[in-house]
Design a protein around this ligand. Structure first.
Ligand SMILES: [Fe+2]
Length: 145
């Protein structure tokens, strides 16, 4: 498998891991502003899951197979799994760091996709970068004291 295809699979698995983490926080967040954070994490995981199918199909369009099992997601993802129950602001800080990481992954892949002439795919990656920039904005603003 070429390097670009492998990186695309890593980005796809990472996005899945990011969505699961946002949903984890949606379920498990507590505290005085529970409802606000519960809703914010929901908006983030809904948007992210909403892009999963298009992402998977974009991998198929470049003639590769899409990773599609928990084992493969776990092996490929660049986003760490969350197994602890964090304090509410720590959840926000952790997901912010992940959203910024996802932006960087998409930015890097966009350049590679353009160089290979995959313009439809690069458009999609630009949209994903922008979506993670918006998630990062919401999370960053929530962290401000
Ligand atoms: Fe829910």
């Amino acid at each position: 498998m070429d390097k670009f295809t492998n990186q695309l699979k890593i980005a796809f698995a990472s996005q899945y891991a990011f969505a699961i983490k946002a949903q984890n926080y949606h379920w498990n967040v507590e505290g005085i502003d529970f409802y606000q954070k519960h809703k914010m994490f929901q908006k983030i995981y809904e948007e992210t899951y909403g892009a999963v199918d298009d992402f998977a199909e974009n991998i198929r369009k470049i003639k590769a197979y899409t990773p599609a099992s928990l084992y493969r997601f776990s092996a490929l993802a660049a986003i760490d799994d969350e197994v602890e129950i964090l304090e509410p602001q720590a959840m926000v800080a952790e997901l912010l760091s992940d959203a910024e990481k996802m932006q960087e992954i998409m930015k890097h892949l966009f350049v590679e996709a353009e160089a290979l002439g995959h313009h439809g795919l690069s458009n999609f990656l630009a949209d994903r970068q922008d979506a993670f920039a918006k998630h990062a904005w919401f999370l960053r603003s929530t962290l401000k004291a």
